[in-house]
Design a protein around this ligand. Structure first.
Ligand code: SAM
Ligand code: SF4
Length: 330
């Protein structure tokens, strides 16, 4: 079974936001005073599992759990255990996680025991004060401990860094040296206009094109065929042992090869991160519709997956999507 959208793109990758809550408040992701959703609005773990199972039956091969912070969700390991069991009987090949890393020290062992082999850790700086500032109150040592604990368990780590104007643009080489010394791949991401935070996006957004050019003249990049199933373009360098990736949704649109859809923590299926349309599965599940009906709705949603996102650059960078990044996760 395969899921194919109206533009004949094979969709085999599902990202699931398991909670809108988080133990940090990164300035480009959330407002300082966030109003989180009442718990009854959030899908139960059983509802998430049921929805995932229907997607898996239809051909989803990879699931990424995200949030909010996925590791603050109570009993998240139980969900991972259930999904991991599906790998032996279905086409599901991989379950991964995008996390801020603060709770990895606590969970690394259980994650590995339940089939997690790769994790993306989001980290925008390795400077403790700047980390505290960008996350509004985070302690970077928790992330370092979490990364080390995961590496000790044999979990492959990739660092995701959002490049923020006048914040970490000049720290890029330092981050590259740090990840290279740990033999960890590193991906840079452009700030996307997801809902309003307390700071205007024009003060956060910087184009990765210029940064790529600057790094390329130093590292003499060679295009890598490495693929993670996500949107990053990877490069190798004779000067580095690890790979460097670039995710540039605004300046270098990658929609033609989009292979993914996203479920929010309330069960809304977003066919595109950069569009506002969705199909709501929470009501469908809570009104006791059958799995066959859910599958029909998933196919319907794929048929209206848009060709490309609506993110704007330049003077239109402040035209926001109507939801924060923690609704659908990264
Ligand atoms: N809390 C987890 C974490 O930080 O990895 C998972 C959820 S977080 C929303 C997923 C990713 O989205 C992180 O890498 C984060 O840096 C990124 N992100 C958040 N807001 C963003 C924005 N406005 N533009 C680009 N990336 C963003
Ligand atoms: Fe939390 Fe991740 Fe958003 Fe930061 S980026 S506030 S860690 S959800």
């Amino acid at each position: 079974m395969e899921l194919v959208d109206q533009y004949l793109r094979k969709v085999n990758y599902l990202r699931v936001s398991v909670t809108d809550r988080c133990d940090l408040r990164c300035v480009y992701c959330m407002k300082e005073k966030m109003q989180f959703l009442p718990r009854k609005d959030i899908l139960s773990l059983e509802e998430i599992e049921r929805l995932c199972n229907n997607f898996i039956d239809l051909g989803i091969e990879k699931i990424r759990l995200t949030g909010g912070e996925p590791l603050v969700r109570k009993d998240i390991i139980k969900l991972i255990e259930k999904l991991n069991d599906k790998k032996s009987t279905t086409n599901l090949k991989e379950i991964t996680l995008t996390t801020n890393g603060t709770l990895l020290n606590k969970y690394a062992k259980q994650l590995r025991e339940n089939g997690i082999e790769r994790i993306n850790v989001s980290l925008d700086t390795i400077n403790p004060e700047k980390y505290n500032q960008i996350t509004r109150f985070g302690n970077i040592n928790k992330v370092f401990d979490g990364i080390n604990a995961s590496l000790d368990e044999g979990i492959k780590i990739k660092i995701n860094t959002v490049v923020i104007k006048d914040f970490n643009e000049n720290e890029i080489e330092q981050l590259i040296n740090w990840t290279d010394s740990k033999k960890i791949d590193l991906t840079f991401i452009e700030v996307m206009p997801m809902e309003e935070t307390d700071i205007s996006r024009e003060y956060q957004f910087t184009s990765l094109t210029d940064i790529f050019d600057r790094l390329n003249s130093k590292y003499k990049f060679q295009k890598s065929s490495h693929k993670t199933g996500g949107p990053a373009r990877f490069y190798t360098s004779n000067f580095l042992s690890s790979k460097i990736g670039f995710i540039s949704p605004l300046t270098n649109n990658f929609c033609a090869s989009c292979n993914r859809v996203r479920i929010s923590s309330t069960g809304k299926l977003f066919m595109c991160l950069g569009q506002n349309d969705y199909v709501d599965f929470r009501d469908i599940m809570r009104k006791d519709y059958s799995d066959n009906y859910i599958k029909e709705k998933i196919k319907f949603a794929l048929n209206i997956k848009p060709e490309k996102h609506d993110f704007m650059v330049g003077s239109k960078i402040n035209q926001y999507m109507k939801r924060h990044m923690n609704v659908t996760g990264g």
